[in-house]
Each structure stands twice: as C-alpha cells, then as structure tokens.
Write a protein that binds this ligand. Structure first.
Ligand code: NI
Ligand code: MN
Length: 224
C-alpha cells in the first residue's frame, strides 16, 4: 500500500516501504498541513529552486538524514548554501535510489533563487512498491507528457498544478490528463495565494469520465 498525502501547495509525502517528500514548502505556506519538524523522510525530491518548492528541504534533511534528490545544479546550490545535508544531483533521466525508481522529467518552467538561474525545472516519476506517481512540478502542458505514460505508465496518480499564472490552469491540466492517462489525478499549486486562484471542481468537470479526480485538502491522503 502506498499513501500519497497532500501537505499543501505542491508538497506531498509518499509513504510506502520508503518515505518520500516532494517540494516540502511548509514554513511560510499558509496552507501547510505539517510543520517541518513533524515530517519524516528517507528521500526529499525538489523539482526546482523556487522558494515555494525548496522550502524546508534542508531543515528536514538535517534532522532526518534524508537525502535530497534534485537537478544537479540545484543540488550543488543547496550544498553551497546549507550545512550538514546530503544531496544526490541528477538530470533528466531514470535512476534508482534505495530501491525507489526515480525518473526526473522535464517541466516547462524556470528555476532560480528569484534572480539567478539555477539548473532547469523538472517533474518526477516515482516508482515505489509497484505504484507509479507523477509529480509534475511547476509546468505548462506539453505534448511530450505522452512519453511519460508510454515509457513509465500506467501512472497510478498524477499530481498536477492547476493554479494558472505560473503553471497550467484547469484547462491545460485537463489536456495533460489526455496525454498522461493517469488512473487518478490530484490537483495542486492553487489557492495558496491570490495569483494562483482556481476552482478544482472546474478541473474535475473538464476531466469527467477520463480519470478519477481526488481533490485533497491539505492533510488529506489518497491510498493507492
Ligand atoms: Ni516555480
Ligand atoms: Mn511554484
């Protein structure tokens, strides 16, 4: 059994034989469902260097000993700016870490500390205990999402941004569902602040009959 718990914004805890945290932005996140000191992790995946994704990664990594997995450049940036953490820098492609299949895939977005570019933005496909989870990171929709299901599918759950402004909105995310063909989808990266306001029910209507939409409130989880 693999549980996918929404921690708010783009932060998720994937829990099976390993605990994997993705984009743990909790401090300063008005929708955070946990405090960084409450989060247990073996691996922490970071999709890009923006503050609402790196978040509390270093704090959690120091306390738990979790390894931070990120784009090579983002990993190096973290090592330079933080003490006492272990990182695994990678690029787009497949790898296996501690028995977990991790495929870092492209995302159409920027990656920076707000001013200086740091690597490229990404998403992750995680293969844990026979389940396949796709976290899109921050991205616009793109046709190559088709490859993700062809190469690594079937995708048990896709975690897709729907907030617009910085990422896909509901309409673009519905097109992503067509390309990814996930069994379930969880909308994320919306209603955290003003510019990323979106109605998850609108997204649900747009993908009616194509996939099962689980609208999770922060703190809620999906069992795969
Ligand atoms: Ni971003
Ligand atoms: Mn973001």
């Amino acid at each position: 059994m693999v549980k996918v718990k929404f921690l708010g914004h783009a932060a998720f805890l994937i829990e099976g034989s390993r605990k994997i945290v993705i984009d743990p932005f909790l401090t300063g996140n008005p929708k955070a469902a946990a405090k960084p000191e409450e989060v247990e992790a073996d691996l922490i995946l970071i999709t890009h260097a923006h503050g609402d994704h790196i978040g509390d990664a270093a704090v959690i990594a120091r306390r738990t000993g979790a390894k931070i997995v990120a784009m090579y450049d983002v990993a190096n940036y973290l090592v330079e700016s933080e003490k006492g953490i272990t990182t695994i820098g990678m690029n787009y492609g497949p790898t296996e870490i501690d028995g977990v299949g991790i495929i870092q895939v492209p995302a159409w977005h920027s990656s920076s500390d707000g001013i200086h570019a740091i690597g490229n933005a990404s998403g992750f496909i995680v293969k844990l205990d026979g389940k396949t989870i796709y976290h899109a990171g921050d991205t616009f929709v793109f046709k190559d999402m088709e490859l993700f299901s062809e190469l690594y599918g079937p995708i048990d759950v896709a975690l897709l941004p729907i907030g617009g402004h910085f990422t896909m909105g509901p309409r673009e995310a519905a097109k992503a569902v067509d390309l990814l063909k996930p069994r379930k989808v969880v909308p994320m990266h919306y209603n955290t602040w003003e510019p990323i306001t979106a109605d998850p029910e609108e997204f649900k209507r747009l993908v009616e009959g194509k996939t099962e939409v689980a609208i999770l409130n922060p703190g809620e989880e999906l069992v795969l």
